[in-house]
Design a protein around this ligand. Structure first.
Ligand code: S3P
Length: 438
């Protein structure tokens, strides 16, 4: 087994605000005429880029204190065409959700783009259904930069071939902006923050099943106060660290616990992890609580297909937990991982192999046998003897952070080619982690 050397007694931490909710707090503030107040906003590159983009359309932003902002919108019908290209950096959520909103604002003309990684990610998943609503949106080979001319859109019924909250939210925001109706179906529920915020602002959704709903105008957008809890996707790195401690526990306070986001808790618990939930409450229509991860012995457990959308962003760090599980680790039905900030299946497989670990790659996942001394290859032995292994992070924050957790819990050395991507979602990750290893 890979050694576990890190101990920690009763450490309490907080993690930065939820990325999904931070993006949405900007977009709903843009739709709401007047002043919205947001606290806990994630001051990381991704949501800050969304905020900055909408200042170019007329959103006024006043920073009150760390994570606390007042957004004043002229109202959706008074947004102006931006003078320059809107740059969403690394953020798929930023560009896809903003594209939906802008397609529904009559007369607004905009070009939306992002960094090298974002320009490679698939946009046909939003372009096709938006075009079917009558939107004017296009991109060369269906990739960013995206050219948009906002219009009045048509009522629309969409059965999505993928469980994607980005696609769902894009179409919902298009319908909201254009005051048209939308009926939306997906096979497995993807994160439902947009639905929750929509209701929190006083609107109604009619459910035909748990994954099939209708929304109909008139919509109401009364500027409100949004409280953003800590991001479970960021907490996940320290929950896995807590579970992999040699002894002790870690308490992560104030974490969003939306049921469509907590697949990581179900998967870790099925693997034998002890994670306690304290102080559960509802804030701004979203469940929130404190999570205590206790040092545990892990074992193989199937990661169920229906959990995949609710733990899609956590698969890299869940895999790291799996390296320490008796019986190994398998992830399947996760082809969507290939369309993230990097192709996360190939990034994980390549980097695990660099560590000397035997990995079998599938089109939709990968399999790792139990790591016992019998399967140590010569590379893993040299890694164990103290040579740093090169990790290629592929412009992907979650790949970088996952391998830094391996190093922290086992003391084994990795050398990451670049770590600046961590700033897209988790500023302060490295210093928080250093606090555990010193
Ligand atoms: C997100 C949805 C997910 C997730 C992404 C954030 C969101 O993407 O991977 O990090 O905020 O809506 P998909 O909906 O495309 O799976």
């Amino acid at each position: 087994m890979i050694p576990r050397i890190l101990s920690s007694t009763g450490r309490e931490i907080t993690v930065p605000g939820d990325k999904s909710l931070s993006h949405r707090s900007v977009l709903f503030s843009v739709l709401s005429k007047g002043t919205s107040h947001v606290s806990g906003f994630l001051e990381a590159e991704d949501p800050l880029n969304t905020m900055k983009a909408f200042t170019q359309l007329g959103l006024k932003v006043e920073k009150i204190s760390k994570g606390e902002y007042v957004f004043t919108s002229p109202g959706k019908n008074s947004l102006q065409s931006p003078k320059s290209v809107l740059d969403f950096g690394n953020a798929g959520t930023g560009i896809r959700l903003s594209a939906g909103l802008l397609c529904g604002i009559s007369g607004v003309k905009a070009t939306l783009t992002g960094d090298h990684s974002l320009q490679k990610r698939p946009m046909s998943r939003i372009i096709k259904p938006l075009n079917s609503m009558g939107a004017s949106i296009s991109g060369k080979e269906d990739k960013a930069p995206l050219e948009i001319l906002g219009k009045k859109l048509a009522d629309f019924h969409y059965k999505s071939p993928i469980a994607s909250a980005q696609v769902k939210s894009c179409l919902m925001l298009a319908a909201m902006a254009s005051e048209t109706s939308l009926e939306y179906e997906e096979d497995i529920l993807s994160r439902d923050h947009t639905e929750n915020m929509f209701r929190f602002l006083g609107n109604k959704l009619t459910y035909l099943s748990p994954t099939h709903f209708k929304m109909e105008p008139p919509y109401t957008f009364e500027a409100k106060e949004f409280k953003v809890p800590g991001d479970i996707s960021s907490a996940a790195f320290f929950l896995v660290l807590g579970v992999l401690l040699k002894e002790g526990s870690v308490l992560v306070k104030n974490v969003g616990l939306n049921p469509s986001r907590i697949g990581i808790l179900h998967a870790l618990e099925a693997m034998g992890a002890k994670i306690l939930v304290h102080n559960q409450r509802i804030e701004c229509g979203e469940p929130v609580g404190d999570l205590e991860a206790v040092s545990s012995n892990l074992r193989f457990s199937e990661i169920k297909e229906e959990w995949i959308p609710s733990l899609i962003d956590e698969i890299p760090i869940l895999t790291i937990a799996g390296l320490f599980a008796k019986g190994g680790f398998i992830i399947r039905h996760a082809e969507e991982l290939r369309a993230k900030e990097s192709d996360r299946i190939s990034a994980m497989v390549e980097n695990l192999r660099n560590l000397g670990i035997t990995v079998h790659e599938y089109p939709d996942g990968y399999e790792i046998p139990e790591i016992g001394s019998s399967v140590y290859s010569s590379e893993l032995s040299s890694w164990l003897s103290g040579n740093a292994v090169n990790i290629f992070t592929k412009m992907d924050h979650r790949i970088a952070m996952s391998f830094m957790i391996v190093q922290a819990v086992s003391g084994l050395k990795v050398h990451l080619d670049e770590t600046s991507w961590i700033e897209t979602s988790f500023p302060g990750f490295e210093s928080l982690l250093e606090g555990f290893v010193q």
